[in-house]
Write a protein that binds this ligand. Structure first.
Ligand SMILES: [Zn+2]
Length: 497
């Protein structure tokens, strides 16, 4: 009889500096799929962990049982109701659809809920309480996980992405499931080792788009895997915008319980994380410098792409911070587009005015006015959309994005995409779905930090990353009020060496 494997996903990257709670509506807005039919419809054929788990089941001849898959755009703490509802759906499936031979779980690794500083170990504890310690559990993590000791104790296998921009979700799930297959076959008896240094950030935040510490440490992880007979070695760059004890980068090793080299390997990776902590391969520039660079290089060989790093909704930014967009408007740039500013009130004003109407709006600056006032603008509504589209770029290709009602509003020479929901722009469809052809623009302003490179680099004549103008995903960590992290912690404190 085929082995029965439970598949579930519960993700969130929680920016504890955001005052916007992540509730069930936030999950419904992005992904909240319950049961086989909904999960297969959402994920079959996509570059996601759930699709990877399903393909692994087919490969190993397992019968998959799909419980729930939930994901919300990074923002503030996950509400108790959302945590209890999604974890409850997983526990219900364990109770009512079992017995199971193994569990495959997709999490982010940086979830903070109203009740739990470490959402993942809280979830795993609930699952272990139902299934006991012997049930094989394989877990996948985002590369930006803040991994705790308890999570590593509760999982048998833990594998993280190795790319940033993240383009290996499917592959990561297959690797994880393959190790669970070996465990079920009795070939291996794995456990997870973890090590971390006193650091908030590291390995260039995990960037794998240019030579640097992340690619080097992954080579080292592969070498150690070979030398010590490890089953898997992962490096997590951590998610620094979380004010919790276990914040920061970690080295993770999965090996057979008796493997004497596992601890040596995980500590070597930890030391490398510490040694390279100060290396950052991207230059963070002012809005003024970015726009000047764009004017020198843009258009002739493609659009110049400028990322609004400090207000990246992919890291919990409000997506309505105005500093960078204001700089673009004041500079009088032409042939430009911007996507996407979160402002449901302005979208609704555009809907009421109708396409072609010329109206005045106060753009953005509403979630946290201390980060920048709204922009008083006069412009034309050039398009109205329902905001639902499918990603076509390398990251999560095939996945549906729902921005809610969207309006395109032309201010001077800039087409500004106004959205009713917050989402990081990492796909050209954030323009194309709204009638804007990015390759024909001179300048593209985007709310993103790094993920955009996967789809935008091939068309860009140049790229600049702006870290000014207000936002809760700035690289200037000392400006944030950390209260609960372990101390001392680099770079907040003087850590000596
Ligand atoms: Zn990530």
């Amino acid at each position: 009889m085929a082995r029965r494997v439970l598949i579930a996903g519960f993700k969130h990257e929680t920016n504890t500096f955001s005052k916007l709670p992540t509730d069930l509506d936030a999950y419904s807005a992005r992904a909240l799929y319950v049961g086989e039919e909904e999960m297969r419809a959402a994920y079959t054929g996509t570059n996601t962990e759930i699709a990877g788990f399903l393909d692994a089941c087919e490969k190993h001849g397992w019968e998959p049982v799909l419980a729930v898959a939930a994901d919300a755009t990074p923002s503030g703490k996950v509400t108790k109701e959302a945590f209890d509802t999604v974890s409850g759906a997983i526990l219900d499936a364990i109770e009512t659809q079992g017995p199971f031979d193994a569990i495959l779980l997709q999490v982010h690794g940086a979830m903070v809920s109203e009740e739990h500083d470490d959402g993942e170990s809280a979830l795993l504890s609930l699952i272990r309480a139902k299934v006991g310690r012997d049930m094989p559990i394989g877990v996948t993590h985002d590369l930006h996980a803040n991994v705790t000791d308890l999570t590593c104790e509760l999982a048998d296998v833990l594998v993280s992405y190795r790319t940033y921009p993240h383009i290996d979700m499917h592959e990561t799930a297959i690797k994880c499931a393959d190790l669970i297959a070996r465990m079920l076959a009795g070939e291996i008896n794995p456990r997870v080792w973890v090590a971390r240094g006193p650091q908030l950030d590291g390995v260039d935040h995990g960037r794998t788009t240019s030579p640097g510490p992340m690619l080097e440490i992954l080579d080292m992880a592969d070498m150690l895997t070979g030398n010590h007979g490890l089953l898997s070695a992962s490096v997590n760059a951590g998610f620094p915008w979380a004010d919790v004890e276990y914040v920061g980068p970690t080295a993770i090793v999965v090996a057979d319980r008796g493997n004497n080299g596992a601890e040596i390997a995980v500590n070597a990776l930890r030391d490398e994380l510490w040694r390279t902590r100060e290396i950052v391969t991207i230059e963070l520039v002012s809005a003024h410098d970015a726009i000047s660079q764009a004017r020198e290089t843009g258009k002739a060989s493609g659009p110049f792409v400028i990322a609004d790093f400090a207000d990246n909704p992919g890291g919990g930014g409000y997506a309505d911070s105005t500093g960078f967009l204001r700089a673009m408007i004041e500079a009088g740039v032409e042939g430009a587009a911007f996507s996407a500013l979160y402002d449901p009130a302005c979208v609704s004003a555009c809907q009421q005015a109708g396409e072609g109407a010329e109206i005045e709006l106060n753009l953005g600056g509403k979630c946290e006015p201390s980060l920048g006032e709204p922009i008083s603008a006069s412009g034309i509504v050039t398009g109205l959309y329902d905001g639902t589209f499918k990603l076509e770029g390398p990251m999560s290709r095939g996945l549906t994005i729902k921005l809610g009602p969207v309006a395109v509003y032309r201010v001077g020479g800039i087409d500004v995409v106004l959205a009713s929901r917050r989402a990081q722009n990492y796909d050209l469809q954030f323009f194309r779905a709204f009638g804007i052809e990015p390759t024909e623009c001179a300048i593209l302003g985007i709310k993103s930090a790094q993920h955009f490179r996967a789809d935008y680099s091939p068309i860009a004549s140049g790229i600049a990353v702006v870290d000014e103008g207000g936002g809760i995903t700035s690289h200037n960590f000392k400006a944030l009020d950390y209260k609960h992290v372990r101390r001392p912690l680099w770079p907040l404190d003087d850590t000596g060496s």
